[in-house]
Design a protein. Sequence first.
Lengths: 364, 364
Amino acid sequence: MQSRSERIFSALTDPVDAILIMNGGANFADSTFKYVSGVTRGGYEGCSAVLRPGTRPMLVVSMLEEESAATAPDCDVTAFKTLAIQQEILKTILGTPKRIGVNSTAIVHSKVKLLEELFPDVKIVDAAGAVSQARLVKDDIEVDLVRRACRVTSDVTAEIPSMLREGMTELELATQIDREVQNRGGRAAFDTIVCFGRNGSEPHYSPGDVPLRRGDMILVDFGAQLHDYCSDITRMFVFGRATPEQRAMFDVVHRAQSAALEITTAGKPAKEVHRKVVELIDATEFAGRFIHGTGHSIGLDVHDGGGINAASELTFAPGMIMTVEPGVYVPGVGGVRIEDTVLVAENGAEILTPVTKDLVEVEA
Amino acid sequence: MQSRSERIFSALTDPVDAILIMNGGANFADSTFKYVSGVTRGGYEGCSAVLRPGTRPMLVVSMLEEESAATAPDCDVTAFKTLAIQQEILKTILGTPKRIGVNSTAIVHSKVKLLEELFPDVKIVDAAGAVSQARLVKDDIEVDLVRRACRVTSDVTAEIPSMLREGMTELELATQIDREVQNRGGRAAFDTIVCFGRNGSEPHYSPGDVPLRRGDMILVDFGAQLHDYCSDITRMFVFGRATPEQRAMFDVVHRAQSAALEITTAGKPAKEVHRKVVELIDATEFAGRFIHGTGHSIGLDVHDGGGINAASELTFAPGMIMTVEPGVYVPGVGGVRIEDTVLVAENGAEILTPVTKDLVEVEA
């Protein structure tokens, strides 16, 4: 089996002497460091992975995390105490490279400038496409980890009806959901979205002090991260009985999501799935109210590379893991989104979040 | 009072037509977006803030978060549906700029390349120093928010002795601490570090399935993020009675931390504080066992700019908020670190995490 590093080199169109995966500060770590090293947990702030064709990855890590890095399978490890020493190590390892690949969407600009200073004659090559292509198709270990993260979200989703109380706030419900994720060994993969009533009209709404009222439609969008791998799910509830208007909005999205899932399979261009969803929604009273992409790749990152949208050049292949999440949003009224995480297979897609996607009416 | 955007321009050495704060994917958001806009919560993935001298910041945000962005005080907001439209908006706002500043340590390389494509004759100027300098000195709103985050960590630290049970794992204790942070409205500012016994020898150790045994020394390093602002604290415990060896290690660090706090004040070069700590530890049996910097600025980010280390060029000024956290680490034996978050003042430094820093012996 190809190593993950070899998968990246295989996907490269332009040859390079090495690919440097370089983490910036705490908020700027490239999860590709974890992808190539196989380490789980840990921040590896300011650390680097040096990938060269035909060799094991070399992890250049801070002494603060040297013992953890040593657990990485099939990697060599060297530790630095200061940034100056790290630079000397990189020069020693790399010599006088002519071409260095970087993951341009996940490396801060200052690190690229540093490479240009350390290696004056080097040409920086964008390897982001190759990294993304390698990571899009998950290996068996990764599929298993996403599956486990999805099980957490499914189990927690099933508990949501029992959490609802009149007058509770969006933030309180979000916190309860996060706790149930923690009870199962995970943590929130992103800020949990809980919208009561008309707040559902903003897709990336942040939950606030809004109290739950009888008749509210409830949108919950959350994910679990477990051993670094992520899941993502959105489900809809009504606190009481759904009105005909609520049900009409829900039904359109439900039909669109089902239609998208039906045609999600290996060999299908992602944009055709998106087009199908747009056509279906635009043929209803909610025309123009679907304002985002249909889905995204998910793995070590919640947004893990490719997307399902109008501009996507992605063609589905077995082993890709995607979200499928159409929605409609009416400012002042509310919104509906239904989302599953799915594993693309030769014939169809396996839903990894198989908890009911009905509009669940919860007795108020 | 100067706006935060004006503070950044005041700190610039080279003039620019505009500074672009550009968020990348979910893991690559520049907290400077929140600094200049004053928005709290929300991810603003792929969004930008355009700063120009003498004008209000212009937030260029996704339609997914348009309603939230509209709550930003003293900002203008424009929304995009696709990346292509965002680019058109930036071209319309900026015209034909000659010089654009970027925050090079918090912008991904691909965004800089995009700017070079959108504006062929532009010169990209590194504004990271000015951004950092502006953010290093907190304004009253920021000091209040860090103070509140610190209160959460102090209160939770006081609860730690009552959480300890023989046989509990490091991960279980870390989860309980995170929950108590949540109970107070915050969330973990970074992965909570809990080390039992000899695991304390790795400064950035990740808690695992190791059970608590009688006689273990316990290192807990955690922070709370509340309304986006962070706190950071490290305290030491013993499950039972401390041995003379444990106490000797603790006492050295305690003396070093006290000595550092004594000389932390406006006008003092940060590296002198670090030098003092190194000298003090290197004069003991733990010479060479202090392997990281003495502290770092903290605010919207846990590592918020400057540091207290040998290479630091920082001179303390009133309103800076720093951690002070010497430690010693002996592989195979364990480690000790004591850390406070402090507010630099004209005469001294106010400890914002005033919970006891004794070596707390907890009855086993």
